[in-house]
Design a protein around this ligand. Structure first.
Ligand SMILES: [Zn+2]
Length: 172
């Protein structure tokens, strides 16, 4: 490959100021002695300047923004998942607590109910004469209230979760 052919390949880049200073020097030296290359470089100059006048794409700007948006979305998603997991843990823990407490309450009620039905086992502190119908009703009301409280807490947790998720969607 002759020096002329080598330089010709660099002319467009030279016009666009995209050469290293060593290459630029080679081109400058060659075009002083080669009319063909000087003409071609002259032809490239206006094209290169037109290209420079075009609005330069700014990949850094939109790429950074897109990356940030993606990262934020991922973080928000992760935060939501973490929050949902915490809510689920609380709800499950509460359900367990409720089950255990309900079982304890139910056992007490069963024992009293048994004593109330069968006075022959009632020669203890829970004899049918001491355990009145009012006391029995109060125990059941307490049990019902406790269960209702559990359902209410579960409902509140579900509503909080729904509100939270709607908020996340609005931000997104
Ligand atoms: Zn030449």
């Amino acid at each position: 490959m002759s020096k002329h052919d080598k330089i010709r390949e660099l002319l467009a880049l030279a016009a666009a100021d995209a050469l290293t200073s060593a290459e630029e020097q080679l081109v400058a030296e060659h075009v002083r002695s080669c009319i063909a290359c000087a003409n071609e470089l002259g032809a490239w100059r206006p094209i290169a300047s037109e290209l420079r006048r075009l609005p330069t794409p700014q990949p850094s700007s939109w790429l950074v923004q897109a990356t940030l948006a993606r990262a934020e979305a991922k973080l928000a998603e992760q935060a939501e998942q973490d929050w949902n997991r915490r809510v689920m843990i609380v709800v499950v823990a509460f359900a367990w607590l409720l089950t255990i407490a309900s079982w304890l309450v139910f056992r007490v009620v069963s024992v009293r109910f048994g004593n109330w039905l069968e006075p022959q086992f009632g020669h203890t502190q829970f004899s049918h004469t001491q355990f009145s119908h009012t006391q029995f009703s109060q125990t059941w009301i307490g049990f019902a209230a406790f269960t209702a409280l559990g359902w209410l807490a579960g409902g509140v947790a579900a509503v909080m979760l729904a509100i939270r998720q709607r908020g996340e969607r609005r931000l997104a």
